[in-house]
Design a protein around this ligand. Structure first.
Ligand SMILES: Cc1cc2nc3c(=O)[nH]c(=O)nc-3n(C[C@H](O)[C@H](O)[C@H](O)COP(=O)(O)O)c2cc1C
Length: 345
């Protein structure tokens, strides 16, 4: 049976969807499913766990994305993910960077469905939380519809029921990771046909989706959408997600409410020895397309250079958002503020 909790997901993005970014996104949507950056299975097993995979309780539902191509370490890392409290563990079969190719994981695994199935089976045997796969529609010359269907059939046969599909192939030779997110053409129809062939699977489409209206169109056919760059660069679109896709009647947060909450969260992060810019760098797009967005960005961009740590600049930026909210507020509306999440460092 398809899982309705995958209707709207924010993509795993290296250097971007860290724990601070996820707390920010969670303030905008209570229901969107959030993903960590990809962390290799070996790093999860041997690295500093709090630094690499620590997260705040407010982030649920949150998935840990793993990189790896060996069943043993992936199963162990999945177990650690479950112990740490993650709601899902996701295997990366879509990343095309050189580092990943050398390590024999990421998108190159699309050519080895049996190996991916063995990894997924070992992970599933190790945990009770869902084990999901994020993949492409093909790689290099191995990109026929039959190759793709065979990949999904093989992995689904071991019990994997959720597939997030970036609807373009990856060229492992000749294109940079960034080009591989734009140059190969999108083929949503191939993902739609996968859903028709496998109505029992939960199919989430990813790639090039920029708005909630576009998301709506995809959701008429598949079970979920995953937005990456649009969610990061225009994060306020997330504020409508709960009402539109999860039948929530909770009021949308205003920009200044979200920023006030992030200010409280930042204060805790700084007390724990962190830098304000670790957090404010994710907030730059919140006023995208609004009056004074440029001033807001300039203030936040100054945080990393500020001699006093940048809290004053952050407050000035919040004041701009408050002014915007007040201008947009209907007369007589006095909604209450949301609570501040806690930063557990
Ligand atoms: C900066 C950046 C980092 C990314 N890192 C990852 C990653 O760690 N794991 C992954 O599966 N995909 C990664 N991706 C790919 C996205 O998850 C997504 O598949 C891709 O950006 C297409 O979706 P979009 O058009 O909505 O951005 C990354 C994308 C960006 C822009």
């Amino acid at each position: 049976m398809q899982d309705p909790t995958y209707r709207f997901c924010v993509a795993p993005m290296m250097d971007w969807t860290d724990r601070h970014c996820r707390v920010f996104h969670r303030l905008l949507s209570k229901h969107a499913r959030l993903y960590t950056e990809m962390i290799t299975a070996n790093a999860v097993i041997h690295g500093d766990r709090n630094r690499l995979i620590g997260f705040s309780d407010v982030e649920h539902p949150v998935a840990l994305q793993l990189g790896g191509g060996e069943a043993g370490p992936l199963a162990k890392a999945a177990e650690i993910a479950q112990e740490t409290g993650y709601d899902e563990v996701n295997l990366n079969v879509g990343c095309p960077s050189d580092r990943v190719k050398d390590g024999q994981f990421g998108a190159c695994l699309m050519a080895e469905p049996d190996r991916v199935a063995a990894c997924a089976a070992a992970m599933r045997a190790a945990v009770d939380i869902p084990v999901t796969v994020k993949c492409r529609i093909g790689i290099d010359e191995q990109d026929s519809e039959a190759d793709f269907q065979n990949f999904i059939d093989t992995v689904a046969a071991v019990g994997c029921t959720v597939f997030i599909v970036h609807a373009r192939k990856a060229w492992l030779q000749g294109l940079s990771p960034k080009q591989n997110r734009d140059v190969p053409p999108l083929d949503y129809d191939r993902v739609y046909r996968l859903k028709v062939a496998h109505p029992e699977l939960t199919i989430v489409v990813n790639g090039g989706i920029e708005t909630l209206d576009e998301s709506d169109d995809h959701l008429a056919i598949v079970d979920g959408v995953m937005l990456g760059r649009a969610a990061y660069h225009t994060p306020y679109i997330l504020s409508e997600v709960d009402q539109r896709f999860f039948a929530s009647d909770a009021p949308m947060s205003t920009r200044s409410e979200v920023l006030d909450a992030m200010f409280g969260y930042s204060a805790q992060h700084i007390r724990a020895g962190g830098r304000l810019n670790n957090i404010t760098r994710h907030l730059l797009g919140l006023l995208h397309g609004q009056p004074r967005a440029r001033t807001y960005r300039r203030l936040l961009s100054g945080v990393s250079m500020a001699a006093d740590g940048g809290l004053d600049l952050f407050q000035e930026a919040i004041a701009i958002a408050r002014l915007l909210d007040e201008e947009a507020r209907p007369v007589g509306d006095d909604e209450t503020l949301r609570s501040t999440p806690t930063a557990a460092e």
